[in-house]
Ligand binder design. Structure first.
Ligand code: PRX
Length: 631
């Protein structure tokens, strides 16, 4: 594996061309990178490729049709197996069904589904005909779904009657109906509905059952090649301002990045490994490391519909033992949850098949890293702590198994082909000394194939968010430092993005949801340190007393507002705590000082208040909290 570092160092573009050549190109490319219109990159621009063909047809044509692509485990205990031939046959039918509904290359299709095989099939069918998918996590509310459908102008929504979560049939079609009601989302012409839970659903003129559409569809479909820069998907993610951004990824470069990193970081042996990534396809990890990376590499993988605690916390470990999972990829939050429950629950299962363990989504603290290694990995597995983002499309910083000694808590080094920097406020590289470096801003200094190609419909926002702070460099929004060996330690977000159980949320987005409630005059949201979820949402609100008629208690108000956020955004954004205050700490220029609120939320003495317009505000907030007036 170490030779990859040398190859990439010697000739970075030739290295990337080699990685791209691992894929099947309908028309080979001759140009690797066109950066003349930076920061709008074009990778492999004169080549043509089909992502779905690379994930399916290619393996079947190579004689691997009988290899298992998916072991599906439903939450209620049902299971299903799809070989690559079977997955291809279903995807072809689904592609034909989409064409029959009038979907054409370039059209946007929203996918709002549980973690079931049809979701993977839907994604691959959309990609196969050159349409653009926008997967919306099934935990998002109908309001969030509506704004994403509208922003992308989706023509079709693919959903399910429901999905099983925590022992319950969680409705999805209902949320789609709400998003579309009263003539909203006029771009949507059709809704395809997979039957999963047999929930009662209401059918209108736009609705068609997935199984009907597929059984009426032709079985043969020949995948055409699309330009390498043809849009593959949009995925909405939270930024520092209120409105989520539609991150755009295109075909050839993205698939190159996802497949290269998947086989390299996990040291994939496709004919013997059983791989399992616990992420939902509603997030980038599900896109790159459930759908495109593993399938492009011909891997055999497990997908699981439900939560780790259903019917008990034994579930994940039973699944690993049942399918002899050898590569396991999850988030630190999950590890910390199991640490708290105790090692017995893990140790009661035969996990000897495991050889590589991955971590993603937030910094993994050394205690959790060591526990993962020892208790889950029996001290014999390699741990790969992988740093990346929705925007980067694939893993950027991670150890490669066996290449060098790993270190608890550090993602360590950029992957071959990736150039990472850490700079100070003025953009100058931080000085590396024998003790390491001070903390700075993480940057990616040269373009890479799976980089985002833009923010859907907003090229200015793309430039401003990622490229203007340090001209010529991609600004990631994370703090980082080098240690004495030159290894990288990620220090979390430096902006108003917070991470709750690895899910990315914007404080501004939650604040705007709160002020949409007629009781709320002003709101400030912070991410407070949480032992399990890394950060938790804590909100401070100023109420409009005149709007609150029958004088509910502050506890009731907090409960109603927490429910409101769930309804506006989704349960992942539900504040852990809402504090009713009469004023918010602001600078003289009117900026809310979240740093001080974070001190309060984390129970620390409040820091320097000298820049506040009115320093008595913090005393008032503190005094009030000591009287116990919180949720
Ligand atoms: O702060 C970093 C954190 O997650 C952010 C990206 O979130 P998202 O786009 O939702 O993608 C998550 C899955 C790739 C980053 O800016 N992050 C992700 N992985 C790590 C991490 N922080 C520290 N260590 C990681 N391994």
């Amino acid at each position: 594996m170490t030779e990859l570092y040398d190859l990439a160092k010697r000739d970075r573009l030739a290295f990337w061309a080699d990685q791209a050549h691992e894929l099947y190109w309908h028309k080979p490319f001759t140009k690797t990178l066109n950066w003349s219109d930076a920061p709008f990159a074009k990778w492999f621009e004169d080549g043509q490729i089909n992502a779905s063909y690379n994930c399916l047809d290619r393996h079947v044509l190579a004689g691997l049709g009988d290899r298992v692509a998916l072991f599906f485990e439903g939450e209620p205990g049902d299971s299903k197996v799809f070989t690559y031939s079977e997955l291809l046959a279903e995807t072809k039918k689904a592609a034909n069904a989409l064409i029959a509904l009038g979907i054409e290359s370039g059209d946007r299709v929203a996918i709002y589904m549980p973690m079931i095989p049809e979701t993977v099939i839907a994604i691959l069918a959309v990609a196969r005909i050159g349409a653009v998918h926008s997967v919306v996590f099934g935990g998002f509310s109908s309001d969030s779904l509506r704004s994403r459908i509208d922003d992308a102008q989706a023509k079709l929504v693919i959903t399910a009657d429901g999905g099983f979560r925590k022992g319950r049939a969680h409705p999805l079609k209902e949320a789609v109906d709400q998003a579309l009601q009263e003539g909203n989302c006029p771009s949507v012409e059709h809704v395809l509905v997979v039957e999963r839970t047999k929930n009662d659903v209401t059918f209108g003129p736009k609705d068609t059952w997935w199984h009907d559409a597929l059984s009426n569809a032709a079985t043969e479909h020949v995948a055409a090649g699309f330009d390498s820069e043809h849009p593959l998907f949009i995925l909405y993610t939270s930024g520092t301002t209120g409105k989520p951004k539609g991150i755009l990824h295109t075909t050839g470069g993205y698939l190159t990045g996802a497949s290269y990193t998947h086989r390299t970081v996990f040291d994939l042996k496709p004919n013997t490994d059983v791989y399992w990534c616990t992420a939902d396809v509603g997030w980038i990890t599900g896109h790159s490391y459930v759908v495109y990376g593993p399938l492009a590499n011909g891997a055999t993988q497990v997908i699981y519909e439900g939560t780790p605690d259903t019917p008990s916390f034994e579930r994940w470990w039973q699944i690993i033992a049942k399918y002899h999972v050898s590569i396991f990829y999850t988030a630190p939050t999950a590890i910390r949850t199991f640490m708290k429950i105790g090692r017995e629950i893990v140790e009661g299962h035969d996990l000897s098949s495991l050889r590589i363990l991955g971590s993603v989504g937030e910094p993994i603290n050394p205690e959790a890293w060591n526990w993962y290694k020892e208790v889950v990995g029996g001290s014999r597995c390699e741990i790969v702590d992988t740093w990346w983002q929705t925007e980067t499309g694939s893993i950027m910083i991670s150890p490669i198994p066996g290449a060098f000694k790993t270190k608890p808590g550090s993602a360590q080094r950029p992957l071959p082909g990736i150039t990472i920097g850490i700079v100070d406020e003025l953009g100058a590289p931080v000085e590396k000394t024998a003790e390491g470096s001070v903390a700075g801003y993480l940057t990616i200094d040269e373009p890479w194939p799976s980089m985002l190609r833009g923010v859907w419909g907003d090229p200015e926002r793309f430039k401003e968010t990622y490229w203007n702070k340090f001209p010529g460099k991609y600004f990631a929004g994370d703090g980082a430092r080098f240690d004495e060996d030159g290894d990288i330690w990620l220090l979390g977000r430096i902006d108003d993005v917070i991470k709750v159980s690895g899910h990315r949320l914007s404080t501004a987005e939650i604040e705007s949801a709160l002020v949409e409630h007629h009781w709320v005059a002003e709101a400030a949201v912070v991410g407070a340190k949480d032992e399990i979820t890394e950060q938790a949402v804590v909100a401070f609100v100023i109420l409009r007393q005149d709007e609150i008629a029958d004088a509910p208690s502050e506890t009731d108000i907090a409960k109603i507002l927490r429910d409101w956020v769930t309804q506006k955004i989704g349960a992942i954004a539900r504040p852990r705590q809402i504090m009713v205050v009469t004023e918010l700490p602001k600078t003289r220029s009117g900026k809310i000082m979240r740093r001080l609120l974070r001190d309060v939320a984390e129970g620390r003495p409040v820091g320097d208040v000298t820049t506040l317009a009115d320093s008595s505000v913090m005393t008032a907030i503190n005094d009030k909290l000591h009287l116990g007036a919180s949720d």
